[in-house]
Design a protein around this ligand. Sequence first.
Ligand code: T3D
Length: 247
Amino acid sequence: MNFEHILFSIEDGVALLSLNRPEQLNSFNAAMHGEVREALKQVRQNPAARVLLLTGEGRGFCAGQDLSDRNVAPGADAPDLGQSIEQFYNPLIRSLRDLPLPVICAVNGVAAGAASFIQAFCRIGLIPDSGGTWTLPRLVGMARAKALALLGNRLTAEQAEQWGLIYQVVDDANLREEALKLARHLATQPTYGLALIKRSLNASLNNSFDEQLELERDLQRLAGRSEDYREGVSAFMEKRTPSFKGR
Ligand code: T3D
């Protein structure tokens, strides 16, 4: 498949997916959804991909749905946004959350809509979707989540970091390099073990402490059977740097 709306490559273990509709601040249309879906399928199927790095071309990261596709004539039927969420957005979010690899998001500019430092939805009469109403209160607490969602104010990257919405702010000029450095490091690490860590942390948000202890037992059993665990222990005993294969 030739990609028109995204840039996609797999190199040095890093799958790099950059949204590429800069004039529309990388907002999503159906074609871009299709390309992202195909790229994520390739990431899942290609063992050479050991980390996913998401970013955007131009001055924006992503402005959510392309609203020019939603500008209906007076009197025309309203679009079925529920259907669009079901067909496009929810599968995308599930696919990223369930991807058995670390996912790094290098947010290079304004992010609104599906990946967001502006919960812009309230400005056009919609609600935060793509899991926003689930994720936001868990990351920043209910008071701040409500303020972000009801006011639609811009949250600076520094504030987003302070509030726990993102991991780290870096200088604009260094973003791509810093993100690649992190991605390349993760690409040399025990990918299968990292996938199990991601799975257990995701599950912890809904589990009781006892349920989580049981999940940890089950996933540690799987991790303990991996080639990388064996290599990690050997390397430790032999006082050398481990060489992980991601299995
Ligand atoms: O299928 C479904 O519909 C399901 C539902 C999905 C839910 C959603 O995702 S709804 C959320 C949709 N997104 C928004 O409401 C954000 C709209 N954009 C903005 O509010 C602002 O653009 C930003 C706050 C993100 C950035 O502001 P600013 O001042 O930095 O840039 P700008 O001048 O507004 O935008 C620059 C250009 O990008 C401009 O085009 P132009 O005038 O240069 O030709 C603008 O129209 C375009 N653009 C920005 N966002 C979108 C967009 N074009 C289409 N769709 C957009 N979402």
